[in-house]
Design a protein around this ligand. Sequence first.
Ligand SMILES: [Zn+2]
Ligand SMILES: [Zn+2]
Ligand SMILES: [Zn+2]
Length: 303
Amino acid sequence: MKKHFIIVLAVIALCVGCDNGNDTHNHDSGIWRTVLEPDCETTGTKELHCNSCNEVFDTDTIAALGHNYPEWTAPTCETAGNDTRVCTRTGCGHEDIRSTGFAVLEHSFENGICTVCDFMQYDIGDTGPAGGIIFYVSATGFTLYDTDPAKDKTVYYLEAAFARETYLSQWGDNSELIDGVSTLTSAGALSVIGQTIGYGKKDTQIIAAHMDGKGIIPYVAAQVCANKSVTVDGTVFDDWFLPSIHELMELITQKKYFNNMLGEYWSSSQYPVSAAWLMSTGGTPHPVSKNSLSYYVHAVRAF
Ligand SMILES: [Zn+2]
Ligand SMILES: [Zn+2]
Ligand SMILES: [Zn+2]
């Protein structure tokens, strides 16, 4: 009787965990089966079933999935970002709300252009950084030429002093065509839109240097502009120049924004051999002897 009892116990020990009293295997590594799917916030559960006998011999949790939010919409210079985003997992709809980081950004202006979004700070008629009036805007920019080509640069605006310079001026002497100064040989050339835009500064540099020490009385138009200096909020603006004829045409187009803009104005552009282009606020450009004494100067700058 005692021997029989021992044999029964041995059979039970071999069939570890099996319901089938006749099976004597050890459970194999098995496969996990999900019992309860996790969702965003709740853990799930899973069971490890023996491949052979299907008995569950381990259980475990499945980590909660966490919410699946889309990226925040970033704010730009002109639009706010979103302050709420919604979990995209089916059936969740949980909202995530932020209290900072979505406000509209400030434009970050450098030379009148936002470095973040390219927004242009000024429109025609606005007061410019030097206290003058913006009279020409180019969204794509244009080249501002310098006598030193290394100093050529792309600019977007032309700004003119609010008022013309005080005194009537002479362009220069009429003895020669000055090399390197913008030169238009016919009225037809004026119709090439913007042909000399960007040339006024270089022209002014050349003319002012050329006329230096020549004893012109009373004033040389280019020198009046080159010598002009304006200080606004501690910043010195001494980059004024006599506008080229196309720059002057743009300026006169916007004459309503300026103080008392009547009369005739010098441009920096020449007409061979002894004339320069002049324009009246009520007329069209025409060449006049460079020695003429009685015309106005309206200084401009570019940035
Ligand atoms: Zn088993
Ligand atoms: Zn969720
Ligand atoms: Zn911006």
